[in-house]
Design a protein around this ligand. Sequence first.
Ligand code: WT7
Length: 637
Amino acid sequence: MINKIHSLGGYIHEYQKSIANPQAFWAQQGESFFWRKRWENVIDWNFDEPSIKWYVNGKLNITENIFERNLYTHGDQEAIIWEPNNPQDESRVLTYAELFSEVNKFANTLRRLGVGKGDRVAIYMPMVPELAIALLACARIGAIHSVVFAGFSANALQERINDASAKVLLTADGGFRGDKVTPLKQIADEALESCSTIETVVVLKRTNSPIEMIVGRDIWWHKAVDGQSDVCPAEIMDSEDPLFILYTSGSTGKPKGIVHTVGGYMVYSAYTFTNVFQYHAGDVYFCTADIGWITGHSYIVYGPLLTGAKTLMFEGVPTWPDAGRFWDIVNKYQVNQFYTAPTAIRALLAKGNEFLENKKLASLKVLGTVGEPINEEAWHWYHDHVGMSQCPIVDTWWQTETGGIMISPLAGITPTKPSFATLPLPGIQPVIVSNEGKELSGNSVEGNLCIKFPWPGMARTIWGDHERFRTTYFSSYSKMYFTGDGVKRDEDGYYRILGRVDDVINVSGHRLGTAEIENAINEHPLVNESAVVGYPHAIKGQGIYAFVVCGELSTGGEEGIRRSIMQGVTKIIGPIARPDLVQLVPGLPKTRSGKIMRRILRKVAEGDASNLGDISTLLDEDVVDQIIEGALVDVKV
Ligand code: WT7
């Protein structure tokens, strides 16, 4: 079993061990897994190329570690507990043995469709058990899964399928989300109009929406699986073979295909799950994320299942049928660990305490948050009202690229402080670096968050573009992984994440590149150029503020143009990227060399233009005055 920490002293001891001798520490964590062939070196690495290898030359299959390793002890135990969108519908429970059988059947299905080791399988599905089955079936046969969040548009799906050259697409006739149905198959059809690599589309029946099936390309899931054997030998993988690709936004336009590999990711997701949430055998664990994001990969599917946990998967949304839905689920399944995003907490807080009253939440032991900084008001509400002051809050800082939680309290062990992610997990060596690249040691310092030593769960490359991987993460500061986040270390050595320092914004816990949104806006025929910044938003954390320069106004006038710009972004990326505010401006503030001075736009969007800092390089000050005058928020000057 994974080495579980039980006390603060234990944490300090493990942390020191992990720094003094990382090889020995991670070898010990690796020991608890089943390897077809043991690794030779624990780590081979340098951050210059960069080249990062863990459990070098080890051979394994991650699904053998979920199933074969554990079936004797808990084959009959619940693995996935699934709560449907509509509370009136029946829930589903899959034991480890049942899940194993479904995974094998679907793995055989994929093999029969010609999918083999190293092939990419794109997955665009709702939050149903088949989604988890699909991931594990890919892992079983060594195919690389690439899940695309089912809220993305046809255009975004197409871009991701093409970048990964996926061979097969898994989707559904539709997805339920609250009182809405997302036409997934229809969107997928549109995406596939310009994808040449997809040979087969497997379609799960979920909503019974009328769809078109293209002969020779599309097959129904249930028909494809019918008659497949529930025995499927696992493909033997190298530790460093890719397990999955997951796309995330960066500061330039094109999404990055983050690659995680089998061995290190397995050890890291299981180790962090066990220790951060302090999961005990028999507990029911509920993470509200979507499997379309890294949180779902690591902490709905892999981490919990590798640990033999009961993981709850929820298809719906927190506010339907009403804002008490999460709490009803907690009571229905007697949830012990609950993990969600600050934006959900703020949205529920805003609906008032009436939705919490009379709910039975006494089963809760641990509350978690992830995705963005949690403000103190939300932290206290979560702590006092949801946790009834009985549950520790784990504010977990990590990223798609880190594969698992990096800085976080261990539940009930690390003393917490509202809005602090607190201390690094064993094996994690954070450093704070000034803009000039100087490491700031000691307490009470603030700067850029970097990590100076590898950890098993870290990304290995960007799919098809290793050079971009190097420049994005390893070139800002020599011999360090740069996270893109600002951070403060307080007088107690506790870490508080301050938010992104690059052109990435965090909207409702979703990471969006401003350049990506600008590109979408610029597609609009009347738009000449645009600049997007984040601004403080009570529920979303950050809202999207777009400053747009148009050549001329169409007949719909300003309002019409604003609306069509918003619709355009929804169409090109998806509803999550839709600007909250679109201000039409006569020009953008630029330097003499033509660079947009985003700092000024950020100040305006924040509502405080009283101190714009150094504007000596600004080409045209009148533009700034006009922007402030027409601002869509109150601006202090
Ligand atoms: C960015 C990563 C990791 C799963 C969800 C997001 C921000 C994440 C926290 C936290 C403050 C946080 C950072 C990070 N972030 N967790 N606990 N406190 N900020 O994954 O989409 O890759 O985004 O989310 O800015 O860089 P992601």
